[in-house]
Design a binder for this molecule. Structure first.
Ligand code: CTP
Length: 403
């Protein structure tokens, strides 16, 4: 996956004046920027300069009605592939190291689930202060990657480490770090099967019973697992979506075909049932189009129950994947239904999505993850982000941490 966009957080140091050059250096490498400018940073570089260069709004306040309506601050923190703080001041470093969030920059840094890089810049004595060094050690332990600082003459007249690395060097480091992070495949060697989309249960060659499902969430999960290195088979009912690159696609129509395709793809380590499977099918499929209006009364239709794919795979004995994950679309009492469904289906995790809003077919999703250890509610996020977070949780379950 190529690095498309960085969230650049500009702290309040003299070297903030170099950030327009940094934006250009990133752009030269095909990397776009979305900017958060701190109050102090705006003393050294104007929002207008950064907005003109990025051709985007510059975000400055935590509670800004216009921005919050367009993109909430949590979403902003996850809207890029990577977060870069330049210049990273002693204040910003200290806040994040200690979990403080009292402005947009520190809130975004605590809320992000993306890799974070920092290019520190401060006076040499500040840099060498034990409190700053303690905070740096904490952040390194938390996985923050530091670029620089450089050693040299400083704006304050002193000499030593503390100068922000040069914009081009920062951009090069961002690119190199991204290559390392994206080459990290925590699920390498694992096999996964994902079901997605609706199933379609034919009544005759023209008519069918089905469920409403775009397939977007299931496809995003298949993609996230494949990007994390898993060998993925995506078993999909009819959708309007393109094949997911890097996966083995099995396109099916009915629930019975979907179950057969899943069973053919076993053994697997991970099974994720996202498909909206039709619970019932017409008992028989007519070979020719039925004349349903011929009798001038409502046609009778006998339905028979479809196999429960998730329950069948979850209870498949020796062949059972190590981690079986079900989905549940609920409109109310989400936790109670999700907990009961997890037990009934025999799956390890149940991802409940609240479909009381416009989730079906939409771009974002709000979910609750129910496991044997309890439940977590995840904030509403684009389906691709939900998928990445689920892939990261799966990797953690298998004992590998995501970079
Ligand atoms: N599922 C399945 N096969 C079926 C029905 C459902 O694999 N025949 C899977 C779905 O892919 C999803 C989970 O089971 O992961 C939940 O499906 P849902 O339809 O919500 O559950 P039901 O058991 O049908 O319960 P209800 O409709 O009563 O809520």
């Amino acid at each position: 996956m190529s690095l498309k966009r960085v969230l650049l957080i500009v702290g309040g140091g003299i070297s903030a004046y170099k950030t327009p050059e940094l934006v250009r250096a990133l752009e030269k490498r095909g990397i776009g920027c979305r900017v958060i400018l701190t109050q102090a940073g705006s003393q050294f570089v104007t929002p207008l300069a950064l907005a003109s260069l990025t051709k985007d709004d510059v975000h400055q306040e935590l509670f800004n009605l216009t921005h919050e309506a367009k993109m909430g601050h949590i979403e902003l923190s996850r809207s890029a592939d990577l977060v870069l703080v330049a210049p990273a001041t002693a204040d910003l470093i200290g806040k994040v190291a200690n979990g403080l969030a009292n402005d947009l920059a520190s809130t975004a840094l605590l809320a992000t689930d993306k890799p974070v890089m920092m290019a520190p810049a401060m006076n040499v004595r500040m840099w060498e202060h034990p409190a700053v060094q303690r905070n740096l050690a904490t952040l390194r332990g938390d996985g923050v990657y530091f670029i620089g600082p450089d050693e040299g003459a400083m704006a304050c007249g002193e000499y030593g480490p503390g100068r922000m690395a040069e914009p081009d060097a920062i951009a090069a480091a961002v690119e190199a770090y991204w290559q390392k992070v994206s080459a990290y495949k925590p699920l390498k060697g694992k096999r996964a099967i994902v079901t997605a989309g609706p199933t379609l249960e034919a009544l005759d060659p023209i008519r069918f019973l089905s469920n409403r499902s775009s397939g977007k969430q299931g496809y995003a999960i298949a993609q996230a697992l494949a990007e994390a290195g898993a060998d993925v088979t995506l078993v999909s009912g009819p959708t309007a979506l393109n094949d997911v690159p890097g996966t083995t696609m099995a396109r099916v129509e009915s629930a019975r075909d979907m179950l057969a395709a899943c069973q053919a793809a076993l053994p697997a380590d991970i099974f994720v049932a996202v498909a909206a499977v039709a619970d019932w099918r017409p008992e028989t499929k007519a070979e020719v189009k039925l004349k349903l209006k011929a009798d001038a009364k409502a046609p009778a239709m006998t339905l028979v129950e479809n196999p429960d794919i998730l329950a069948t795979i979850a209870q498949s004995g020796q062949n059972r994947p190590t981690l079986v994950i079900g989905f549940a679309a609920e409109t109310h009492d989400v936790l109670a239904y999700a907990t009961a469904k997890r037990a009934k289906k025999g799956c390890d995790w149940l991802v409940a999505n609240d479909v009381s809003g416009d989730v079906m077919g939409g771009e974002s999703n709000q979910i609750m993850l129910v496991t044997a250890d309890g439940h977590q509610s995840w904030p509403e996020a684009p389906k691709a982000q939900i998928a990445e977070r689920l892939a990261a949780a799966i990797a953690t379950h298998f004992g590998v941490t995501t970079a």
